[in-house]
Ligand binder design. Sequence first.
Ligand SMILES: C[S@@+](CC[C@H](N)C(=O)[O-])C[C@H]1O[C@@H](n2cnc3c(N)ncnc32)[C@H](O)[C@@H]1O
Ligand code: SF4
Length: 470
Amino acid sequence: MIGLKIKTGIDKMKINNKLLNKYNRKGPRYTSYPPATHFSEKYNDKSFIKSVTLSNDEKPENVSVYIHIPFCPQICHFCGCTTESGFTKPFLERYVDALIKEIEFVSKLIDKNRKLTQIHWGGGTPNAISLKYIKRITHKILQCFNLNEEYEMAIECSPAHLDYKHIELLKSYGFNRISLGIQDFKDEVLDAINRRRPKHPIDKIIDKIHNEGFTGTNIDLVYGLPLQTVEGFNETIDKAISLNTDRIVTFSYAHVPSILPRQKILENIGFPSSHEKAEMYNNAFKKFTEAGYVPIGMDHFCRPDDEFYLALKNNQLHRNFQGYCTTKTTGQVYGFGASSISQLFSAYSQNVKNAAQYIKKINDNNTAVLRGYNLTQNEKIIRDVINSIMCNYFVDFHEIAERFETNSYKIKEVIAFDKEKFKDFIDLNFMKIENDKITISHDARLYIRNIAMEFDPLMDTKIGTYSKTI
Ligand SMILES: C[S@@+](CC[C@H](N)C(=O)[O-])C[C@H]1O[C@@H](n2cnc3c(N)ncnc32)[C@H](O)[C@@H]1O
Ligand code: SF4
């Protein structure tokens, strides 16, 4: 593969321990703004119906659908997702029936002229349920929405439950992207986190996905897990490169045992230090970029001809609960299933997390809202600024002001802009502030959440609920 030169200064960059110690503190990952910890239970089913109706006249016009399957045959101790084990076939059938009912009800509120450009299945482990349910739900979605000619239909799969036949069936239902959760290739790391090993060799799985004609393949890695070492993770990175997928994600392990008690058990084994974590991330960055991948935001890597990179070059990359995205493919997101989050221009709405409660609420009400948030105009501005920082490493206050029909003074006032807050990063040449523009270098990528936090007036609240930034 021909390497694309990314100017990073990485070879001369040593991990700055002073900076690491100062900035490795708790903070949001900014998959939404405001973060989900601010969602309120005052936002209810009625508010959601109002938000969906309003969303028809807002941008982006296109529709994304998110389907949450909250089931896993075995729960990995590191996992931050909403998932349950021990489900029975009759329970699963009731869950699928409820999902279908929710899709029928909510889709009726959505303008049929709007095009469905993306369907994303996440979990839990969607591929751990019988594929006949996936077929049934997909069929219902295609009945209820107006599918765009160009679309993305993606599914998160665990290789512990993925058969070659599943890949063929998914293709026949219209899926064109598969995301595989790898986390690490080392068996001892998988065992330490209580994760089942892959059913088939990963390279054979990837070959099958490529041969079936999927246009997109993604793998997820996580660094900072128990028993991971810098050397061992280097081998995992090399193996990931050899698989030749079009996207690779390297998540920083988010440890929040106060919210996810199952993670507490991992403390008995222990974690790599923050210095080792930073080294793992820097090595991944170096190896992936040398192999021809380009960095996208904090943790994604893709090919230079990927729509992500094209969006990044035009400062049009976005971010949501499913990861990085572009408005060409990802519209306002309508979430279905337990714990799913609808991500609309003016509101967020999250369903109840427990699957049994979800089924009951849908059967009683057609909707199952737990909590949500209506954004003010100022919060939309802050969201735009933080999104631009997290995704594009660049902000143009003038451009944002134009989008909100105001001026850049107002934008700076809303985010309480103060150059002094960024002194450390400016002194290190990590950040340049000129007139109305902020440019952040890739050398600051470990600290991008810290930089974003400085634009967030809500930052000092709910701090205990976040993971550390590095
Ligand atoms: C729904 S899971 C993936 C699908 C499938 N269940 C699997 O495990 O392969 C989505 C991804 O989130 C990431 N993830 C889960 N918990 C995490 C945590 N605590 N910190 C960082 N990343 C995490 C993992 O990389 C995982 O692959
Ligand atoms: S990482 Fe995947 S398989 Fe493991 S518990 Fe989480 S969702 Fe389930």
